[in-house]
Design a protein around this ligand. Structure first.
Ligand code: NAP
Length: 458
């Protein structure tokens, strides 16, 4: 894919970018490695001061950052503004907590291991490559960069090819916040050059957020090189509604959960599994709300749903919907693209889905909801877990025994009861199965790229 800003609301190319030459890439990797050797010895206080300065810049420039996001990938400007503010919050969170999360862990009774003193100490690993997606172009990067830099690592960013201005802006924010050159660098390169970076001995680990094929490729190379990886991949999150749920709130939240970020969120609820007793009532409310959404220009304040980020992304959605419809699925709303420029796709609800349809098996990365009927909690769980993914999950019920059952039996990295899956700096974030492995955010996220060194003093 060419490295370019192409406005998804118009389909027009706004700006194109040259890839780094091989010599420039090598220079940046050398700079990262050399910088790490001094940066790793800086104190938490020094790092935190710069991280807070970066958070201040983000907040002050939230309008500018929002403009870049909306132009490059089409999210509504209100959502983009909220993303910039959330980045500032996440940066301050790690500025405030890194020292506590990475404090020495002394053994209470060192004599048990024949020592005077024994402890675990967290140390940074070195330059880490982050391969990032376009859907949350600032927040996804931040949840890697803030903990990684606070831990004393340095970051190399290979961002998605359709968000180069966001990628360059991020580098610029860290530089202006006072991080020394080389602490955080954006690499404008295509994905085929990722392998050479992963095989470079100066780069010690990698994190990838993106699709399953991309994750598999990076993990295979890092496996071969015996380098640590974190993978945050796709999801097809279930959203189960049981009879005791508040249906009005469930339906309103279901709509938000499906169409957030124009339907392109890994933790968007994608499969709605509704108990037969409330299926008709829920469906009526859900479909009515999906129909009311205003699709349009992401810069208009009244827009609920902007365009799909890429032309290929919209074609993929259309293929999944057409495959289902041709095999007998029923479209309750949407289901057909609007004429005109831009890569818009309407909020869509599909039901009568069977196990052999592609829409049942694959992630739909757009505002399309799959609706299933379940006869009871066992069947609801069976449908919910019938996916290769295991990222987020949502269940709506006011029955405490049912809540416990969902917490115990939903196969996912996260379960939200009477809500929708959301990422917070305070909560661990990650998946199981083909949604990936490792955790971001919270104390777990900062420890991923640290060496937990065992210290024994006799
Ligand atoms: P993608 O095509 O996998 O791209 C993600 C990143 O990987 C981009 O920087 C891309 O670069 C790069 N890439 C692609 N193929 C690669 C390869 N073979 N080797 C190395 N790098 C490669 O995914 P996307 O379409 O941008 O993002 C959508 C996917 O991300 C969805 O599946 C979504 O669920 C997932 N996602 C997951 C999370 C999570 O936290 N679990 C969060 C957000 C999104 P180019 O752009 O240059 O191709």
């Amino acid at each position: 894919m060419a490295i370019a800003t192409i406005n998804p609301a118009t389909g027009k190319t706004v700006k194109t970018f040259e890839e780094l030459s091989e010599a420039e890439l090598q220079q940046k990797i050398s700079l990262a490695y050399d910088r790490w050797r001094s940066y790793r010895t800086t104190s938490f206080a020094e790092r935190a001061e710069r991280m807070r300065a970066a958070a201040d810049l983000f907040e002050k420039e939230a309008d500018l950052a929002a403009d870049l996001m909306a132009t490059e990938m089409g999210k509504t400007v209100a959502a983009a503004h909220a993303e910039a503010v959330k980045c500032a919050y996440g940066m301050r969170y790690y500025a405030d907590h890194a020292a506590e999360f990475l404090a020495d862990e002394p053994l209470a009774d060192p004599s048990a291991v024949g020592a005077k003193r024994a402890l675990g100490r967290y140390q940074p690993l070195g330059p880490v490559l982050a391969v990032m997606p376009w859907n949350f172009p600032m927040w996804q990067v931040m949840r890697f960069a803030a903990p990684a830099l606070m831990a004393g690592n340095v970051g190399l960013l290979k961002h998605a090819s359709n968000v180069p201005q966001c990628a360059l802006y991020l580098q610029d924010v860290f530089r202006r916040a006072g991080f020394p050159d080389g602490c955080f660098q954006t690499l404008l390169i295509s994905s085929r050059r990722v392998e050479s970076i992963l095989r470079d001995p100066r780069v010690v680990a990698a994190t990838l957020t993106g699709s399953e094929p991309a994750g598999r490729s990076v993990a295979a190379i890092c496996g071969d090189e015996v380098k640590h990886t974190v993978l945050e991949l796709g999801g097809s999150d279930p959203f189960v509604v049981m009879p005791s749920a508040d249906l009005e709130r469930a339906a309103a939240t279901a709509v938000e959960a499906r169409v957030q970020n124009n339907g392109q969120s890994c933790i968007a609820a994608k499969r709605f599994i509704v108990h037969a007793d409330v299926f008709d009532a829920f469906t009526e409310k859900f479909v009515a709300r999906m129909r009311e959404l205003k699709v349009g220009d992401p810069f208009e304040a009244s827009t609920d749903v902007g365009p799909v980020a890429t032309e290929q992304g919209r074609a993929d959605i259309e293929e999944l919907v057409e495959d289902a419809v041709s095999a007998g699925a029923t479209v309750l709303c949407g289901g057909r693209r609007a004429d005109g420029p831009g890569w818009f796709y309407p909020p869509t609800v599909i039901t009568d889905i069977t196990g052999d349809m592609r829409i049942h098996l694959e992630e739909v990365f757009g505002p399309v909801a799959s609706l299933y009927r379940a006869d009871g909690i066992d069947q609801a769980l069976e449908i919910a877990n019938a996916t290769t993914f295991g990222l987020g999950s949502n269940a709506w019920t006011n029955d405490e025994a049912e809540q416990e059952r969902f917490i115990a039996d939903l196969d996912a990295g996260q379960v939200f009861i009477n809500g929708k899956t959301v990422s917070y700096p305070e909560l661990p974030f990650g998946g199981i199965k083909r949604s990936g492995y490792g955790r971001e955010l919270s104390a777990h996220g900062i420890r991923e790229f640290c060496n937990l060194k065992t210290v024994w003093i006799g």
